[in-house]
Design a protein around this ligand. Structure first.
Ligand code: KG4
Ligand code: ZN
Length: 342
């Protein structure tokens, strides 16, 4: 009999639930995105996000069970993100998980969202099946975090590098805003960059001698160029906006991809890792995936893009390994918006 874990994710603007069997078999993955709700504000509005979770969570949970061809009674445990994230959003998921745990008499498992992003790789039937073994060099790059974590075993992490200012995803979102593109910025920058000719270049912040990142300088460099060329705050007459947006977006993407790839590979070599693991929304980026795979001589494990951005299946996968260790969460657990990892 397999162990079925139901995972709930409501840390930001996706109401998501997924079912995973034995920590590796993806049974269902239902994501209700709030992008349309927040797009007109150019970013996530926390109050609106929590209220939308309240509306969507039960239908999403029911769908996750239906898609897995199971009922809630078939679940062995309920895993839920309890941090980091927006407090009001996290509360909706945690309270629903407590209610399910209580009513079905199954364990409650609180999961760290960042650890969930790492465990999305356990749902990836590629390099991990060859089992490179620990330690693994992990890059978690999302809207709120850009962390390099050495994973020494299940649930064992050492934080060895992080951003000192903006997260990579936040930088993508801000760069997209400067270029007049939509929200979220990452997919938009990737889309318009596709036809670029490499005519522009932007600096890299190497933060030499550390494994830390900095992305706010490159965003400012982009802003100054956009102003100088008459693109920002609104395009001036005679400016070839289409070319400039495409080339600057590509230059921005190259700069971020270059630094993320180089630092992850440097970290893997420094800590003698056996493989690389990518997770978080930014690792859905096609250029980043290609570049890291090209540069690394170690196995690179990257979940499909739909499992890189926020989802419930990754929380279920992570929850399985906690369940197996007997790592249950008490019913009086609170959310932790600043929950660290490593
Ligand atoms: O992990 P995630 O879905 O949510 C958080 O935990 O924050 O990450 C969202 C971030 C956003 O900043 C978004 O712009 C970025 O991931 N993102 C991307 C791509 N898809 C999403 N960044 C670059 N390229 C992409 N294709
Ligand atoms: Zn995330």
């Amino acid at each position: 009999m397999s162990v079925n874990i139901l995972g709930i994710e409501t840390s930001c603007d996706e109401t998501a639930a997924g079912v995973v069997a034995d920590g590796r078999v993806l049974m269902s993955n239902v994501i209700s995105s709030q992008i349309d709700l927040h797009a007109k504000y150019g970013g996530v509005v926390p109050e609106l996000a929590s209220r939308q979770h309240v509306r969507d969570l039960i239908p999403v949970l029911e769908q996750a069970a239906t898609d897995a061809d199971l009922s809630l009674e078939d679940m062995d445990a309920i895993a839920v993100t309890y941090g980091p994230g927006l407090a009001g959003s996290l509360i909706t998921g945690v309270n629903a998980a407590k209610a399910i745990s209580y009513s079905l008499g199954i364990p409650l498992i609180g999961v760290n969202h960042l650890e969930g992003h790492i465990y999305a790789s356990w749902l990836t039937k590629t390099e991990l099946e060859k089992d490179p073994g620990f330690p693994l060099a992990c890059l978690v790059a999302s809207g709120g975090h850009t962390d390099l974590l050495l994973m020494e075993g299940h649930g064992k992490y050492k934080l060895v590098g992080r951003t000192r200012d903006d997260a990579a995803g936040e930088a993508f979102d801000k760069a997209a805003r400067i270029l007049g593109l939509g929200f979220p910025g990452g997919p938009e920058i990737q889309r318009v960059s596709a036809g670029a000719n490499g005519e522009e270049d932007l600096p890299r912040a190497w933060m030499k001698g550390t494994l830390d990142f900095s992305f706010s300088g490159i965003k400012t460099a982009l802003l100054h160029i956009a102003q100088d060329r008459g693109l920002y705050p609104s395009p001036e007459n005679g400016v070839d906006t289409e070319r400039l947006i495409r080339e600057l977006a590509a230059a921005f993407q190259e700069s971020v991809v270059d630094v993320l790839s180089a630092k992850l590979i440097e970290m893997a070599s420094k800590y003698k890792a056996n493989g690389l693991v990518l997770g978080g929304g930014v690792t859905a980026n096609a250029r980043l995936r290609k570049e890291i795979t090209k540069r690394s001589h170690l196995p690179v494990i990257i979940p499909p893009p739909i499992l890189c951005t926020d989802n419930g299946a990754m929380i279920a996968a992570c929850g399985y390994f906690q369940y197996e260790r007997g790592d249950q969460t008490p019913m009086n657990i609170d959310v932790n918006p600043g929950l660290p990892l490593g």
